[in-house]
Design a protein around this ligand. Structure first.
Ligand code: SF4
Length: 203
């Protein structure tokens, strides 16, 4: 089975984690193609650029210096072959983080080291599903509107996490800090997470 796995990818690169609790950690970022949502403000390219077999993907990830890997997208939980990839990366000694929108839970998530969930207010109803994610290490909500505070409260009831963050919405390269600050002030128990990689100029 693992010999026939073929992953649909956008990019693989090494950088520092730019947001959340692991800010500054050197990581290999693996961006998978495809997403199960279509957020209006999405600035992520989710179209397939190349494909890779499991052994080739693990070899490419291992060719970088960083011993931490972030599996991101797009949406990793809709990617086939993730249990095999996670097992191979663990065997190779990697610390593994996953970034997900949380609409879909996946059993293999319990084998990774860190789950960062970024639920989307535009798809609030999907987080009522029994199939959605129920636990993560960190939850990050983009403050796309002042109504995001209500969404944050409801998400905190649905997804158990250690840290809860609000991020400013980035529209056309401009971060909306004012809305993020007002949402955080209203909540009182969430923190600010900024996409520092955009401000500091790394990927
Ligand atoms: S979940 Fe993320 S990658 Fe998917 S459409 Fe929304 S912002 Fe884009």
């Amino acid at each position: 089975m693992s010999e026939t796995l073929s992953f649909s990818l956008v990019e693989i690169f090494e950088s520092l984690q730019g947001e959340g609790r692991n800010f500054g950690r050197p990581c290999v970022f693996v961006r998978f193609a495809g997403c199960n949502l279509s957020c209006s403000w999405c600035d992520t390219d989710c179209k397939e650029k190349f494909r890779s077999s499991l052994p080739d993907l693990v070899a490419e990830i291992s060719s970088f210096k960083a011993r931490s890997v972030v599996l991101t997208g797009g949406e990793p939980t809709i990617v086939e072959g993730m249990p095999e990839l996670v097992a191979s990366l663990k065997e190779a000694g990697f610390w593994i983080a996953v970034e997900t929108n949380g609409v879909k839970d996946a059993s293999w998530l319990s084998f990774v080291d860190y789950v960062a969930c970024s639920p989307k207010v535009e798809y609030a109803h999907l987080y009522d599903s029994p199939m959605s994610l129920k636990a993560a290490d960190e939850v990050r909500v983009v403050a796309s509107s002042p109504a995001s505070a209500d969404f944050c409260r409801s998400i905190r009831e649905k997804i158990a996490a250690t840290d809860y963050y609000v991020s400013p919405c980035d529209r056309d390269g401009k971060m909306d800090f004012a809305t993020a600050k007002s949402v955080i002030s209203e909540l009182g128990n969430w923190s600010l997470s900024v996409q520092f990689h955009k401000i500091l100029g790394f990927r």
